[in-house]
Design a protein around this ligand. Structure first.
Ligand SMILES: Cc1ncc(COP(=O)(O)O)c(C=O)c1O
Length: 421
């Protein structure tokens, strides 16, 4: 045991799995081990890599920035990379007027929740309740856990999580139930709710569950007409995953708070961003110091991370990124159509570069044995896929080639035989 790694890995039951696979380098869609084994990263390393591993433009921007300015306190100080980044992001979401920096998807969500509740507080109303979607996932911090689905992931902390009103997930054909549930909650307690939080169009960790832009637009309208804030958590859907820069664009929805992370730096470095409307900012803007937004972490606005995010946006400006996503989307469509007819497949779903295959199984729960069994099979075939229970999904970097996509799908097709093993 002496040489056993002391590292406690995330979302990993060490008692059940062998040592972690060491990766020495990565380029484009491929991870490389010290022994030269090449593993195809079909899930963008937990949904973060957009243009590809090791993108030279972002790598160069990071190296250059590291030699000029590393980190400076962000309270009372600023720097050019953060200023340019904030302006560029706000130009992409022009309904938002202010950019608040943080460190991850969870922190972007925590900030949004605190801004929504805080804004009501400063406007003289005690609105502490949040509405969320069933099967939602917003991160693993306490506020983010509270608004996320309750279950295996957060069972030990259940009693510590604040109460949230939960809307039924809008299954196809059942959208009206979700709409009614939102309207009923807002009518029942008209002055209780601060905000609705949701993942627009695709619920990621919930199983790549999709719903329509029409429904999203309808929920946003109801929020508007009842005067509560809409928080769009685009931590996963942002930066092209659903086929548009942000998923909200497909429904013409303009949230009051937009949470971003993951693809914000092209997946190179951790960064969270909460974009806020003028109305929210105004609620905190006062000569009264008690109305300050008292939130930060030490590395807020880090200059190297900001340079990476800026370089990511430059790639969006100078390269045909949406066309690459459209090509991946078309490829998904063809291969999913073939899978759909297999008796092992219950349903296929797709939104832009995200494809999901839900398998017909007796126990599709996250803790069922199927997920790890499939994952082992994919790795034996040098493909990184991490099924969510009985949902196998492909969420590749945008540089993934048609040949690589075919390899991923060929191995998925082979794996269907393992379903009942
Ligand atoms: C929609 C959504 N929100 C928030 C998060 C949390 O992000 P992070 O893991 O960076 O804290 C995730 C992570 O997967 C996510 O998918």
């Amino acid at each position: 045991m002496a040489d056993r790694s002391p590292i406690w890995h995330p979302f990993t039951q060490a008692a059940l799995v062998g040592p972690a696979i060491e990766i020495e380098s990565a380029r484009d869609s491929t991870l490389v081990t010290p022994g030269g084994r090449r593993i195809l990263d079909a899930i963008s390393s937990w949904w973060v890599i957009t243009h590809g591993h090791g993108n030279p433009h972002i790598a160069r921007a990071i190296a250059e920035q590291a030699g000029v300015l590393d980190q400076v306190i962000f309270a009372g100080f600023t720097h050019e990379k953060a200023e340019r980044l904030a302006r560029k992001l706000l130009a992409l979401a022009p309904y938002a007027k202010h950019a608040f920096f943080s460190d991850s998807g969870s922190t972007a969500v925590e900030v949004a929740l605190k801004m929504a509740v805080g804004a009501w507080h400063h406007r003289g109303q005690r609105r502490h309740k949040i509405i969320a979607l069933e099967h939602g996932y917003h991160g693993d911090m306490f506020g983010a856990m509270a608004v996320g689905n309750r279950g295996t992931f957060n069972a030990p902390y259940e009693n510590m999580l604040f109460d949230v009103a939960r809307l039924p997930f809008p299954v196809a054909g059942g959208e009206q139930h979700t709409i009614d549930a939102l309207e009923n909650a807002l009518r029942r307690e008209p002055n209780a709710f601060a905000a609705l939080i949701l993942e627009p169009l695709v619920l990621g960790a919930g199983g790549m569950l999709t719903y329509t832009p029409n429904l999203l637009a309808e929920l946003a309208n109801i929020c508007r007409s009842h005067g509560i804030f809409l928080i769009a958590d685009e931590v996963m859907t942002g930066f092209g995953r659903t086929g548009t820069m942000f998923a909200c664009e497909q429904a013409n929805v303009t949230p009051d708070l937009l949470c971003l992370s993951k693809g914000l730096t092209g997946g190179f470095l951790p960064m969270g961003m909460t974009l806020a409307s003028e109305e929210i900012y105004e609620a905190f803007y006062a000569e009264d110091r008690a109305r300050t937004f008292f939130h930060s972490s030490s590395f807020t606005g880090n200059a190297i991370t900001s340079a990476a995010a800026l370089a990511n946006l430059e790639i969006w400006e100078s390269e045909p990124v949406l066309a690459r996503i459209a090509a991946i989307s078309a490829h998904h469509k063809t291969r999913l159509a073939a899978l759909q007819s297999r008796r092992e497949v219950a349903e296929t779903r797709q939104m832009g570069s995200i494809a999901a295959i839900e398998l017909n199984v007796a126990d599709g729960g996250y803790l069922a044995g199927l997920g790890p069994r499939l994952q082992r099979f994919y790795l034996e075939n040098d493909i990184l896929l991490r099924p969510l229970g009985n949902v196998v999904y492909v969420l590749p970097p945008y540089c993934t080639t048609p040949t690589e996509l075919d390899r991923i799908y060929d191995v998925i097709e082979e794996s269907l035989e393992l379903r009942e093993a």
